[in-house]
Design a protein around this ligand. Structure first.
Ligand code: SF4
Length: 352
């Protein structure tokens, strides 16, 4: 919770809200009604919750905030991608993206204002970490996206926790967020339709495995060996690759779920045929899937793009070694769609 502020009503899971109702002399089922107003009917104020007594609405107003996000900008791409820059109550800016797929609409959410992980290819980490988001501040990103989709009579069917921030560094808020969006009386987004992506915070991978969710986990691997990974992702010094791979195997064995490895291709750094061979050897026998990402050029960084030919060659080598691999389709390449770009542009403009 943000100091000196009432918690967001959106930060409460259904069991938490039921408990609050009972403690405050109300029937537990009122919590379900509140969820329906917030996430089903998607109202913006307590006054609209007409089946709650005035007394209960006053109690809720005294205990909770219903702050929503303020839209700073919205960019729409020719492929339907919508990228929002939102302002939080304290003026910090965050990004949320709607992406279109043949299987539905996915919403990519931010979990922290900035990030302290320091991946060398990422614009979002340049200003460091400002603060964690409260669970409700992550929930209202999905809600805002759903409200935008309501205008098209469409549904946010999938959620990817891949926006700004390292979700496992904000673990408790992440968990509450996942429970809230998964709640049947809420947005009802199925666990198998949710993907959480981490830079490889090893202790949290074990902890997340033990939650026994059916949620998809993606690991930002980006390297076939520990030397290259340290160069791209300094977090590899804290959690070296062999420890990360052990945690990944534990995750697969505990949940029975296939892991995704994200592999961004950076020209001459990790995209050579020998890197593909090494990656195939590293992942041999694991129940996993590799997602190759043609990296968008980040103006603040000097990595060059891998040629189309080299991308397909890299994939061919993995295919031939029996590794399940796809190339990620680019979304919104005509707008500032790479993670952190819109926020970085906004920061530059507001700093004059
Ligand atoms: S890629 Fe993700 S984890 Fe790495 S610095 Fe950027 S926001 Fe943080």
């Amino acid at each position: 919770m943000i100091p000196n502020m009432k918690p967001l009503l959106y930060s409460f899971t259904l069991p938490m809200l039921k408990e609050w109702m009972e403690k405050n002399g109300e029937k537990a089922f009122r919590a379900g009604q509140v969820f329906d107003w917030l996430y089903g009917k998607r109202v913006n104020s307590l006054d609209e919750m007409s089946n709650l007594s005035k007394g209960l609405r006053e109690k809720l107003a005294a205990s909770f905030s219903l702050d929503v996000l303020k839209e700073i900008t919205r960019q729409e791409s020719a492929d339907g991608t919508i990228k929002f820059l939102f302002s939080l109550h304290d003026g910090h800016a965050i990004e949320t993206v709607i992406m279109r797929h043949d299987y539905g609409n996915s919403v990519c959410v931010t979990t922290q204002v900035g990030c302290r992980i320091g991946c060398t290819f990422c614009a979002s980490t340049l200003g460091g970490l400002k603060r964690d988001l409260e669970a409700g501040e992550i929930v209202i990103q999905v809600l805002a996206a759903q409200k935008a989709l309501d205008a098209e009579q469409q549904r946010a069917s999938h959620v990817v926790v891949m926006g700004i921030g390292e979700p496992f560094e904000n673990y408790d808020s992440l968990l509450a967020f996942l429970r809230i969006i998964n709640e049947e009386k809420g947005l009802n987004i199925g666990q198998r339709h949710i993907t959480v992506s981490t830079s490889g915070i090893v202790p949290s991978i074990y902890r997340f495995a033990d939650e026994k969710f059916q949620i998809n986990l993606a690991i930002s691997l980006h390297a076939p060996n520990t030397e290259i990974r340290t160069r791209l992702m300094p977090v590899n010094r804290r959690y070296p690759m062999d420890e990360l791979m052990d945690a990944c195997r534990y995750y697969i064995n505990t949940t029975g779920r296939r892991l995704t490895f994200e592999y961004g291709l950076f020209g001459s750094v990790n995209d050579r045929p020998e890197h593909a061979e090494e990656l195939a050897a590293l992942l041999k026998g694991m129940m996993c899937h590799v997602n190759l990402i043609p990296v968008n050029y980040v103006p603040e960084r000097n990595y060059v793009r891998t040629s189309r030919n080299d991308i397909f060659n890299f994939k061919r080598i993995l295919d031939a070694k029996g590794i399940n691999v796809t190339i990620r389709r680019e979304h919104g390449s005509d707008i500032a769609a790479a993670c952190g770009q819109l926020r970085a542009q906004h920061a530059k403009q507001t700093q004059g």
